[in-house]
Design a protein around this ligand. Structure first.
Ligand code: NAD
Length: 495
């Protein structure tokens, strides 16, 4: 059995003392074991990052930018190979794997503009003969902890900006699909990144805690589920680190009576069941304004999902692959199984669909008349289950969404510009789509939710990441004529 090892200072290291299984979700077979780093092994990776920091920090911005131009080229050139690695361990269909690579490339393109991004400010003559300027300097060693569902894109969300800003990184990818992060680290080095600037350690809480507790690590970026995000935020902040911890989601898509219901149904099906619902921006609740809209939408969605093809991600005919593990599939099924007893109506029960072989497949489900207080509504399911919540008015739709503890993404479908503008004004959610079901911001903007979908105050990638991964320093300068020098004990005033 292959052992997937860590990547530290450009070397493959790690023992098989503690390991975890890496499945092929399409067959259910264990295809490799991944080494779980001990505290000492994680500390060694942190030490490698610290050792690489002075030289990387001193590398010219033009040379740093060169790495990102070359990395972009390599990612495009080797996208098929990387997509195959994602699909083999995650299970998502190949076209979806390529989609996440292309969204991750946006972060690399953004980082390639680092000379512009790292410009400070300058004010001349703030006082007589005195100028002030600011510079942005790296924070130091950065810890990056990522979830299973985007094994390339989320590591790129963090590493591109962190490294562009002159930091060095210890990346702890999900232990469920660890190989893509290793491939990425090697591509970075092929693109010219010195060994030690990006290190990858695999593992579980032991490795994560070592990152959180190390005084050498100055900032932590985390993406994962809400309970873990909250605990990471608390532990890292208590240790005095800068931290951004992005959590789970329950994304609502509002459909107004004036919307094109066929287009809304197409969008809902795509956004709810794509990647088997294992996307933090998946639409999981369709909020229908008015019973007529709800009845029509339920019928249209049910009609569309009857034709979906579920199968191995490597099969070009598959539109949806398996879930990540058997346990996760069973948990997703339990929400559908319990929905009727909670008062909801199960319109399509995908859990009844049978698949050959041992893969972690599940059919898609549609559950109507879902409301707060039901587990199927309150909890993040992270699977191919679309709920429909019925409300009577626009105001009720907004109140429902603003009362949710999650606030990652949301969308409104309408043909009325005034309604759309009001929704943008009223809704308390970090990312909003207007007739766009999955409003993941392009790389030149930042990504992040509100409330329990993000702990910390910086969104990830884009402009906010430059702020997060740098410390600003403000320099006040004077070149006095020695003949004018005098003693003054008063507080320096600029008037
Ligand atoms: P997870 O929280 O289980 O794991 C995320 C990372 O934390 C992994 O690297 C994992 O090894 C580590 N981890 C797990 N348990 C830990 C513990 N007790 N202590 C320390 N570290 C621990 O999440 P997941 O199942 O890999 O990913 C799915 C979740 O991520 C969903 O909730 C999804 O909404 C969320 N997500 C959010 C975003 C976002 O941008 N907000 C993006 C992608 C995924």
């Amino acid at each position: 059995m292959d052992l997937i090892r860590h990547h530290v200072a450009g070397q493959s290291v790690g023992s098989a003392e503690r390991t975890g299984p890496v499945y092929d979700p399409a067959t259910g077979a264990v295809q490799a074991e991944v080494a779980f780093a001990s505290t000492a092994e994680t500390d060694a990776a942190i030490a490698a990052a610290a050792a690489a920091l002075p030289a990387w920090r001193a590398t010219s911005l033009i040379k740093r930018a060169d790495v990102f131009f070359r990395l972009r080229h390599l990612l495009v050139e080797r996208a098929d190979e990387l997509a195959a690695i994602i699909t083999a361990e995650h299970g998502k269909v190949l076209s979806d794997a390529k989609g996440e690579i292309s969204r991750g490339i946006e972060n690399v393109e953004f980082a390639a503009g680092l000379v512009h991004l790292l410009k400070g400010e300058h004010a001349e003559q703030v006082s007589r003969g005195v100028d002030v300027h600011s510079v942005k300097q790296p924070v130091g060693v950065v810890g990056a902890i990522t979830p299973f569902n985007f094994p390339v894109m989320v590591p790129l969300w963090m590493t591109a900006s962190a490294i562009a800003c002159g930091n060095t990184v210890v990346l702890k990818p999900s232990e469920k699909d660890p190989s893509a992060a290793l491939f990425l680290a090697r591509l970075y080095e092929e693109a010219g990144l010195p060994a030690g600037v990006l290190n990858v350690v695999h593992g579980d809480k032991v490795a994560v805690d070592a990152i959180l507790d190390s005084p050498t690590v100055r900032a932590v970026s985390f993406v994962g589920s809400t309970p873990i995000a909250r605990s990471i935020y608390e532990r890292a902040a208590a240790a005095g680190k800068r931290v951004q911890a992005l959590g789970g989601a329950k994304n609502h898509m509002v459909v107004m009576p004036d919307a094109d219901l066929d287009a809304a149904a197409d969008a809902a099906v795509s956004a709810a069941y794509g990647s088997a619902g294992e996307r933090c921006m998946a639409v999981s609740v369709l909020v229908a304004v008015g019973d007529d809209v709800a009845d029509a939408l339920v019928a249209k969605v049910a009609e569309r999902i009857a034709g979906l093809t579920i199968g191995p991600g490597t099969d070009a005919a598959s539109e949806m692959g398996p879930l990540i593990t058997r346990e996760h599939r069973d948990k997703v099924a339990s929400y559908v199984a319990g929905a009727a007893a909670e008062g909801a109506t199960v319109v399509v029960d995908g859990t009844a669909q049978r698949f050959e072989g041992g893969g972690f497949f599940i059919g898609v489900s549609l559950v109507d008349r879902v409301a707060p207080g039901m587990k199927v509504y309150d909890e993040e399911i992270f699977g191919p289950v679309l709920s429909v919540a019925r409300v009577a008015t626009y105001d009720e739709a907004v109140a429902l969404i603003n009362a949710s503890p999650f606030a990652n993404g949301t969308a409104v479908f309408t043909r009325d510009g005034g309604t759309a503008r009001q929704f943008e004004f009223d809704i308390e959610v970090g990312m909003v789509g207007i007739n766009v079901p999955i409003p993941v911001p392009v790389g030149a903007f930042s990504f992040g939710g509100w409330r329990n979908s993000l702990f910390g105050d910086s969104h990830i990638y884009g402009p906010e990441s430059i702020h997060f991964y740098t410390r600003s320093k403000v320099v006040t300068t004077r070149w006095p004529d020695p003949s004018e020098s005098q003693i003054s004990l008063g507080f320096p005033s600029n008037h």
